[in-house]
Design a protein around this ligand. Structure first.
Ligand code: COA
Length: 158
């Protein structure tokens, strides 16, 4: 069985087993190298976020958060694929799942603060950069806003 066939993507609840695994992965990828503790992730969006994970054979391999920002704008944040699973199409699949979910909930635009090293990944998935780079208030690492117009979802057209 190929890797992609074995992968499962789904929503998990905060404080669930896979949420803790995702929290560990997000900490490793985004904060640990800056000497920051896991508590830095307890931001305003953590409780209200939809937490999406990808697993393979019971192991968490990727995760992302989705938050509603305004009526038709949704924010993606803290998307991470475990290092040994990167560049195998998992990030793309996770993003596709997130986009379908967001559009079903009424998103006409998805935006994110992208690490500069990830810009081309998002460009490949149809995202555009907007504005200038800025340093993260938490890590100081430079980011840039990216967005994708999702159009209007009409359930009668599916
Ligand atoms: C960025 C990240 C989410 C991409 O996930 P991934 O599973 O490795 O990406 P995929 O394998 O699905 O890649 C899809 C396409 O994007 C390309 N791609 C992936 N990461 C890329 C990168 N950093 N720069 C340029 N292209 C990239 C792949 O080569 C692939 O191209 P193809 O369709 O032409 O074959 C992942 O590398 C990651 O977690 N990085 C560390 C954390 C991070 O930077 N997260 C984003 C924060 S904004």
């Amino acid at each position: 069985m190929g890797l992609e066939q074995a992968m499962e993507v789904y929503i998990v609840q905060k404080d669930s087993h896979y949420w803790f695994s995702a929290r560990k992965l997000r900490h490793e990828v985004f904060f640990r190298d800056f000497g920051l503790s896991e508590e830095v992730m307890d931001d305003a969006g953590e409780s209200s976020a939809v937490h999406i994970v990808a697993t393979q054979s019971g192991e968490l391999i990727a995760c992302v958060r989705l938050n509603q920002s305004s009526e038709a704008r949704y924010q993606l944040s803290q998307m991470a694929v475990a290092l040994k699973h990167q560049k195998k199409g998992i990030g793309k699949k996770l993003l596709e799942y997130l986009e379908i979910l967001a559009v079903e909930r009424g998103a006409q635009e998805i935006f994110l603060n992208a690490r500069l090293s990830a810009i081309d990944f998002y460009v490949k998935q149809g995202y555009q950069v907007k504005g200038d780079e800025f340093p993260s208030a938490i890590t100081g690492m430079h980011h840039i806003v990216m967005f994708k117009a999702m159009g209007t979802f009409n359930p009668n057209n599916t």
